[in-house]
Design a protein around this ligand. Structure first.
Ligand code: BES
Ligand code: MN
Ligand code: ZN
Length: 518
């Protein structure tokens, strides 16, 4: 018995030795602005195909053939349009990306980079050159960020690195993507220092979200984060079950007790700001699989609950990004990790739970487990770190999916200033938020006849869930709750987010820190 156990544990631990998902299919390189006369090339052009840039230069070189091709295809350079020419002039392929305006915001530049990377994902060209007629290093870096985000794939479980679709074979989408701008190689410095850490962190968040429940459980999540954080100036603290018992963390323990895989509370601290400055606290829901527990979920789409840890993935990945780019800020990221399973040791509906703060709640549904694990995480970080604000990130409710789909995450806050900063960061990063109401009377819907609160009840489901979480945050502390159920997973690809795990929140929180807390 103990032998087979050992063998099983050994086998499972091998999973950490698997190669990481291929995060950047083409490596990114930067070079001086020049217009190649052959090969696989992408250029951008504004609406009405103005004179003066690469488009006009190739047109002149081709004796007007490029404008004729554009005319024939009805291509006018409008945003989101493309002219894709194979074997045009000396080019193996010339991709003309319409960008509409002359001057683009960072998130629009990222979309251009992502569109180019995705357009060449199934190409066998080992070298793709993106010629951009601008001279700003930061703009070039955003093109690269978008390319990196857009070409993300997760193929570690395919025995041959071969896709299902025709023409998608091992030789495609490899080699390099060279970004040629008038900023030249300075663009590479900007990218590596400021934006590559963000691109890599988003890929980490996507990897963690995509990993199935048999490959990622609380302890394994901790191991993966330790590996990703190695070499970075991050302090890691992990509370195991014994430590959580000592602190009376009944909330997270109640969720974890039904699983053979014990819960963990993981904290990542990054002190890039002034010594003694109160940190920003980012707290994430990390349910590595949410079966619903005894209040078991229906079968349809239950598999998606392998991704019920994206809040935790987002906050730890953000801390890793901030450390990687040496942001001048103090941050603590907290991941409340548990697996929610039904078993003989699982919590029951009706159970009363005492959390570390001393506050008690009655379980109405064991499927409202996200708010249960967050109680103790919020209490602990407030006691240990005295943060100046708290943002929690959680795939909390199906109700937010019904309200907002995947286009926005729900933002709940009583603090207009913090809400405004987060909304602005969402707008700037492209990871958008929609503010939802958080009314005092939601508290009445959470009254229990025998405990301080109950963990669910009444509508609106997303707002009532937010209210419950807020009961574990000091009312004097600026606090916001982001419900990312829906926005954390995309059913169709966009330029910077391939279908699947989006890594939602990393770019948003990084932008929030850059614009408001550096
Ligand atoms: N993880 C789910 C929420 C969820 C649903 C995320 C769909 C992504 C897609 C959460 O733990 C949950 O089950 N919430 C319940 C709360 C209810 C029992 C109060 C819900 O939304 O039904
Ligand atoms: Mn649930
Ligand atoms: Zn859940």
């Amino acid at each position: 018995m103990s032998r087979t156990r050992f063998a099983l544990v050994f086998f499972l631990s091998l999973s950490t030795a698997w190669p990481c998902a291929v995060q950047a299919q083409r490596s990114l390189a930067f070079d001086a602005h020049a217009l190649p006369e052959a090969g696989a090339v992408a250029i951008a052009v504004a609406e009405d195909l103005p004179e003066g840039g690469s488009f006009a230069a190739i047109d002149a070189r081709s004796g007007g053939a490029l404008r004729r091709a554009a005319q024939a295809e009805g291509f006018r350079g409008k945003a989101d349009s493309t002219l894709d020419l194979k074997g045009f002039g000396g080019y193996e392929r010339l991709l003309v990306v319409g960008v509409g305006k002359q001057s683009l915001a960072p998130r629009e530049l990222e979309d251009v980079g992502g569109r180019v990377a995705q357009a060449f994902a199934k190409s066998r060209a080992t070298r793709v050159e993106l010629v951009w007629d601008g001279d700003e290093a930061d703009a070039a870096a955003h093109l690269a960020l978008g390319a990196s985000l857009g070409q993300y794939t997760f193929d570690k479980y395919r025995s041959k690195k071969t896709g299902d679709e025709a023409g998608d074979d091992a030789a495609t989408g490899k080699g390099e993507l060279v970004i040629r701008t008038r900023a030249g190689k300075a663009a590479g410095d900007a990218y590596v220092a400021q934006w590559k850490p963000v691109a890599d962190a988003v890929a980490l968040a996507r990897d963690l979200a995509t990993e199935p429940g048999n490959a990622l459980w609380p302890e394994e999540f901790v191991a993966r984060v330790r590996a990703a954080a190695s070499g970075l100036p991050l302090r890691i603290e992990v509370l195991d079950v014994a430590a959580m018992r000592k602190l009376g963390m009944g909330g997270i323990l109640a969720v974890g007790q039904g699983s053979v895989r014990p819960p963990r509370l993981l904290l990542l601290r990054y002190d890039g700001g002034r010594a003694g400055d109160a940190p920003l606290a980012f707290v994430g829901k990390g349910i590595t699989f949410d079966s619903g527990g005894i209040s078991i979920k229906p079968n349809t789409n239950m598999w998606q609950m392998k991704g019920d840890m994206t809040g935790a993935a987002t906050v730890v990945s953000t801390a890793i990004a901030l450390a990687g780019r040496k942001a001048p800020v103090n941050v603590v990221a907290v991941a409340a990790l548990a697996e929610n399973m039904p078993s003989g040791s699982a919590s029951r509906p009706g159970d009363v739970v005492r959390t570390a703060s001393g506050k008690t709640f009655e379980i109405m549904s064991t499927d409202a487990e996200g708010r249960m694990v967050l109680t103790d995480a919020l209490w602990y970080v407030q006691r240990e770190d005295r943060p100046k604000l708290v943002v929690d990130v959680a795939t909390l409710t199906g109700a937010i999916v019904a309200a907002l789909g995947g286009d926005y995450a729900g933002l709940f806050s009583r603090d207009d200033r913090l809400a405004g900063q987060l909304l602005a960061a969402g707008e700037a990063s492209g990871e958008e938020l929609w503010r939802m109401p958080l009314r005092d009377e939601y508290g009445k819907r959470l009254k229990s006849p025998i405990a301080d609160l109950r963990n669910g009840g009444g509508t609106p489901g997303a707002g009532v869930g937010a209210y419950f979480i807020g009961e574990w945050v000091d009312r004097a502390l600026p606090w916001a709750h982001l419900d990312i159920a829906g926005s954390d997973w995309k059913d169709s690809a966009s330029p910077t987010v391939p279908e699947g795990a989006s890594g939602f929140g990393v770019r948003l929180l990084d932008r929030f820190v850059r614009d408001h807390h550096e």
